[in-house]
Design a protein around this ligand. Structure first.
Ligand code: SF4
Length: 76
């Protein structure tokens, strides 16, 4: 988990990730694949909340989770 823009929290589920890299294409300053081709978080605050949401929506494995500042799941 890392803090994102507008107080949201960004979480990646590395077990669910299938390495499709759609998130990397959508937000390369936020998501990166490691040597095992699983997603890792870089800097979620480098983009706005809409960009995080767009990247999460592109993930075919629902491996990007967005929570509010109070821990409520916003997506998926
Ligand atoms: S889009 Fe989803 S499945 Fe693909 S690398 Fe990113 S987190 Fe993993």
């Amino acid at each position: 988990m890392k803090p994102g823009p507008d107080g949201v929290r960004v979480i990646v589920d590395r077990v669910a990730c299938i390495g499709a890299a759609d998130c990397v294409a959508a937000a390369p300053t936020v998501f990166k694949l490691d040597h095992t081709r699983r997603v890792t978080l870089l800097e979620p605050q480098s983009v706005d909340a809409r960009a995080i949401r767009r990247a999460a929506e592109r993930c075919p494995a629902d491996a990007i989770i967005i929570e509010s500042a109070t821990g409520e799941q916003i997506y998926p």
